[in-house]
Write a protein that binds this ligand. Structure first.
Ligand code: C5P
Length: 210
């Protein structure tokens, strides 16, 4: 069984996807880490994020162990990720890894939950359940701002908001696998509800399929 969880940054999709996976004892993959890993690898090699060939080489040589690197959580990695994620060759290199993860989940699990931007539209158009988690950009920027401050990282709300708007725009307007809502996705807006309420809403369509 495959549960696809898509949506913009700081919508709460990661928290929900992790909770769904844990409730069902399914494997969980945060696919944003793949693109963050490629972005960081490009920067580590001293290459430019605008160099598509360099990004494709980094994607083809991608080492999944990099997904545990704490640097992937930085704002620099987020921004680098959304740049390399717009390169078709980078997405092609990441496709197989994601499909394999869903079809043969690690640890012999009976299913997988993947979160990202194009899981229900491109990676698994046949997913058993598709969720699209969203929230207003102001609420998402506020969450990210508080999270950064909580981690001891200096942050200015107006700047976080601007960067989030830019990243949304890049993710929605790219020509390959843009972030769109699958026609058969259940949309959950988390702007005004807490994690518990969002989790209940997210589990309803999942429980119908079990
Ligand atoms: O979800 P996260 O914020 O970690 O993703 C970082 C960036 O990676 C996104 O802004 C997006 O550009 C890209 N991404 C993507 N497709 C996915 C997951 C992430 O294009 N499935």
């Amino acid at each position: 069984m495959i549960v696809a969880v898509d949506g913009p940054a700081a919508s709460g999709k990661g928290t929900l996807a992790r909770r769904i996976a844990s409730a069902l004892d399914f494997a969980y993959l945060d696919t944003g880490l793949l693109y963050r890993g490629v972005g960081v690898a490009v920067l580590d090699r001293g290459d430019s994020l605008d160099d598509a060939e360099a990004a494709i080489r980094a994607a083809q040589a991608f080492d999944p162990a990099l997904m545990n690197d704490p640097r992937l959580r930085s704002e620099e990695a987020s921004s680098a990720a959304s740049k390399v994620a717009a390169i078709p060759g980078v997405r092609a290199a990441m496709l197989e890894f994601q499909r394999r993860f869903g079809h043969t989940p690690p640890g012999g699990k009976k299913g997988a939950v993947l979160d990202g931007r194009d899981i229900g539209t491109v990676i698994f158009p046949e997913a058993d359940v598709k969720l699209f988690i969203t929230a207003s950009v102001e609420v998402r920027a506020e969450r990210r701002h508080k999270e950064l401050l909580g981690r001891g990282t200096p942050s200015i709300y107006a700047r976080v908001l601007r960067e989030m708007q830019e990243r949304d725009q890049r993710d929605r307007s790219r020509s390959v696998a843009p972030m769109t809502i699958a026609s058969d996705a259940v949309v959950i807006d988390t702007s005004a509800i807490d994690v518990e309420a969002a989790f209940q809403k997210a589990m309803a369509p999942v429980l119908e399929k079990i």
